[in-house]
Structure formats: structure tokens, C-alpha cells
Design a protein around this ligand. Structure first.
Ligand code: MHO
Length: 154
């Protein structure tokens, strides 16, 4: 067991959390807000699109079972990384695509995967995913945690 953290933003955090929870090696996933400049924001504040925060998911994973590279690949696969400040019907900077790296190794892997995917011809438009240092992560309200599980969607 070699526990590490990873943080991603890829649109509405309900689905992002549910996706990551399904990956073997992911121990826990918490939804929250990060990347902005308002302390202890509420969902309502973040929805106003004025806090600078993105809806994000913070994951604890066992790096003996799943690599950071695999998590980054999963992150890209679960959303469209080419739409600035938008994910499907959800529009606003809180839905932007971001990899919040926790150390230099994560930064390098994230940059590398982004570059590979950009060059692969998989996407019609350039990847807009931000790769920035992880900062304070504010856990979202309890009713947003495990939202899909609670509401039995999917
Ligand atoms: N389209 C969804 C987004 C929710 S997600 C937590 C809604 O309007 O409820 O941002």
C-alpha cells in the first residue's frame, strides 16, 4: 500500500467522482472546490461563477495498484478536454478542465499525457486542460458526496 493523492476538474463533479470510484486502486474520492480565491465556498457561490473555483474531485489512491499515468488517462477519457469553460450542457469556469498536480512527478506525467493525446489525432481541437499546482481543496456539501450513488443514477 502506497497511498497518494490526485486532484482533477472535468466538469460537474458528480460524474467525475462516480467514474474515479470505479477504478481499482482508487481508495476514496471526495468532491469539492479548488483553484479559486474564496475561502470555504458554497455550491451556490461556485455556481455564480465568481469564486474562480472549479468543481473538482480529490482522490486517494494506492500507487501499487494504479499509476498516476492511468488516472490521468482515465481523466481524459471521462470528459471532453477541448471545450474551454464548458463540459457538455454545463457552461462556466467552474466546469473547466484542470489537472491539479501534487508534485513534480505528477506534473511531468500530466504534461506528457496531454502532449501525447494532442499529437495522437484523437481530438479535433486542441486540449485546453490546465496543469497547475494543487492548492487548498474545499470539500463540497455532504449532499454532493457520492451523489450518483445516493440518487441511483447510472
Ligand atoms: N447540470 C447540472 C450540474 C450539476 S453539477 C454538480 C445541474 O444543473 O444540476 O455541477
Amino acid at each position: 500500500m502506497n497511498e497518494k493523492k490526485a486532484t482533477f476538474a472535468a466538469g460537474c463533479f458528480w460524474g467525475v467522482e462516480a467514474n474515479f470510484r470505479n477504478i481499482p486502486g482508487v481508495i476514496d474520492a471526495v468532491v469539492g472546490y479548488t483553484g479559486g480565491d474564496v475561502e470555504n465556498p458554497t455550491y451556490h457561490m461556485v455556481c455564480s461563477n465568481k469564486t474562480g473555483h472549479a468543481e473538482a474531485v480529490q482522490i486517494r489512491y494506492d500507487s501499487d495498484k494504479v499509476t498516476y499515468r492511468e488516472l490521468v488517462r482515465a481523466f481524459f477519457d471521462l470528459h471532453d478536454p477541448t471545450t474551454p469553460n464548458r463540459q457538455g450542457p454545463d457552461v462556466g469556469s467552474q466546469y473547466r478542465s484542470v489537472i491539479f498536480y501534487h508534485d513534480e512527478q505528477q506534473r511531468k506525467i500530466a504534461e506528457q499525457v496531454k502532449k501525447e493525446l494532442n499529437q495522437s489525432g484523437k481530438y479535433r481541437y486542441p486540449i485546453v486542460t490546465g496543469i497547475i499546482p494543487a492548492e487548498e481543496f474545499y470539500k463540497a456539501e455532504e449532499y454532493h458526496q457520492r451523489y450518483y450513488a445516493k440518487h441511483s443514477y447510472r
